[in-house]
Design a protein around this ligand. Structure first.
Ligand code: AMP
Ligand code: ZN
Length: 486
């Protein structure tokens, strides 16, 4: 099956065909760097990263651009409040973006362009729009002439006349029409500025993204993404500017994620109901945060609560325990039977991968893809128990090894594998780690008791553990413990 993507522009799922396969040109609107990003922003970055990884897994080669908006009213205001120079402030939060994004397993973009490094391209683009009659200059400001662009409103499904009614209230003196938006803003005293043919000033937000997308990806890109709050006006304006300047289609598939909410309300800086990624990562390991962010379909709302994060934590713990216990079993049985890394998946194992891909092909349905991983994990638990009882069965060993590899591979596609099993190993569930260590200790004590022929003590340990749902299994090379219930 091919990949289906819900395209905001057509309001339906469409089969995905990039312009020049296997290449995929992808642009995601990046953060405005005046603070730590919040967990709502993180949803966009993580979801888009998982989509990018899945496209790569499906054989596409993704050229992925995500910008930094490093000049903006919010940056200037914050700098004025704190006294830090605006460019130092932006640089600091760019570095903080990378720290948190790296922790969450978000791969670096092919290019991370910064708006302030594209001033000549922005000026060129604005000039082109002026030359085409789509923009005009008033007192050092340049505005886009919305009514002159043929299909304004098509992306967001808005009607220009209705927009006009809403816009009238906030009439700005200079504009020909209240609908028009700024491409270039004349410098106000104390603000950063760049020289331009229209005097000193700085770019508007929308034109920055058009210029960076055109510079690094060309006139027509395959996927443009962002949170659904960006559909209007940001993406509508980006589309008008880019198409107005090139006369070519700008984006083939517009993709927008739903909001992360808190008490069902959009999480946002302006409402003050946000948790920064730094705060969240201080409470939960990155694997849990990433798992939580992928646990809902990207277009649906996702509500933030401690209960939801705790649920994600226990789900991650279940995956981890199943895989680590199975890997442990292989250490104890003869590794020559089925070296885990070389096992080929059997048909039984491959069905989980098909279910995973079917879910991801269907507009990147991560909750269904995760459910497929859990089905594999359930089988892994069941087969591991069988293998523990029949450790010399090579077919069974191969299936268990195949399942271990499959779970790692599918978690890897979602960017979760290294977070769950890699460097982040220590930070998932200290409690369960302690429990694991105590169990190992009991197993050792039982071994010592048996060596000293204290069989009553050894049996007591085994029987008491059994009442707790933990069965000990003696193998020729050692003893493993199997949790029989959660
Ligand atoms: P910003 O730094 O505000 O430009 O936002 C960066 C990205 O996060 C954009 O794609 C926004 O649409 C997205 N975003 C902002 N708030 C939320 C939220 N509450 N839930 C999901 N995405 C969001
Ligand atoms: Zn943008």
């Amino acid at each position: 099956m091919s990949i289906q993507i819900y395209n905001t522009a057509t309001r339906q799922k469409e089969e995905f065909h990039p312009l020049n396969p296997p290449q995929v040109l992808m642009y995601n609107c990046g953060p405005t760097v005046y603070d730590y990003f919040h967990i709502g922003n993180a949803r966009n970055f993580v979801v888009v990263d998982a989509i990018r990884r899945y496209l790569e897994f499906s054989g596409f080669r993704v050229r992925f651009v995500q910008n930094f908006t490093d000049i903006d009213d919010k940056i200037i205001n914050r700098a004025n409040e704190t006294g830090e120079p605006w460019d130092k402030l932006a640089e600091r939060f760019i570095q903080e973006y990378f720290v948190a994004a790296d922790a969450l397993g978000i791969q670096r973009a092919t290019i991370h362009p910064r708006a302030t490094e594209h001033i000549p391209q922005i000026i060129n683009l604005v000039q082109k729009l002026i030359d085409a009659g789509l923009a005009y200059v008033v007192d050092g400001n340049v505005y886009f002439r919305v009514r002159r662009f043929h299909s304004y409103g098509e992306l967001s499904g808005k009607n220009v006349d209705e927009l006009e009614e809403g816009a009238r209230v906030e009439l700005e003196e200079h504009k020909e029409d209240p609908l028009d938006f700024a491409l270039w803003k004349a410098a106000k005293p104390g603000e950063p500025w760049w020289e331009s043919p229209w005097g000193r000033g700085r770019p508007g937000w929308h034109i920055e993204c058009s210029a960076m997308a055109l510079t690094h990806l060309g006139e027509t890109i395959d996927i443009h993404s962002g949170g659904c709050d960006l559909v209007f006006p940001h993406h509508e304006n980006e589309r008008a500017q880019s198409m107005g300047a090139t006369g070519k289609p700008f984006v083939r598939y517009w993709l927008h994620n739903g909001f992360l909410t808190i008490n069902k309300e959009k999480m946002s800086k302006s409402l003050g109901n946000f948790f920064t990624i730094k705060e969240v990562l201080a409470k939960y390991p990155p694997s849990v945060v990433r798992f939580y962010l992928l646990s809902a379909h990207y277009r649906h709302p996702l509500d933030y609560s401690d209960a939801a994060l705790e649920e994600a934590k226990s789900a991650v713990g279940r995956i981890r325990e199943a895989v680590l216990s199975a890997e442990k079993l292989f250490e104890l049985i003869d590794p020559a039977i089925a070296p885990p890394s070389e096992a080929e998946p059997s048909a039984e194992v491959a069905k989980f991968e098909s279910a995973f891909c079917e879910a991801m092909d269907d507009d990147f349905n991560t909750p269904r893809a995760i459910a497929a991983i859990f089905e594999a994990v359930a089988d892994l638990n069941a087969w591991r128990l069988k293998l523990a009882q029949d450790p010399r069965n090579p077919a069974l060993a191969a299936d268990v090894a195949g399942l271990i590899n499959l779970v790692h591979r599918l978690l890897g596609v979602l960017g979760l594998d290294t977070l769950i099993f890699g460097e982040g190993k220590q930070d998932v569930g200290t409690e369960s780690r302690l429990a694991e260590e105590l169990l190992q200790l009991l197993v050792k004590v039982r071994k010592l008791a048996r060596e000293q022929k204290q069989f009553a003590i050894a049996d007591y340990i085994r029987d008491e553990l059994a009442t707790l749902g933990i069965r000990l299994q003696d193998l020729p090379t050692g003893t493993i413990w199997i949790k029989e219930k959660e």
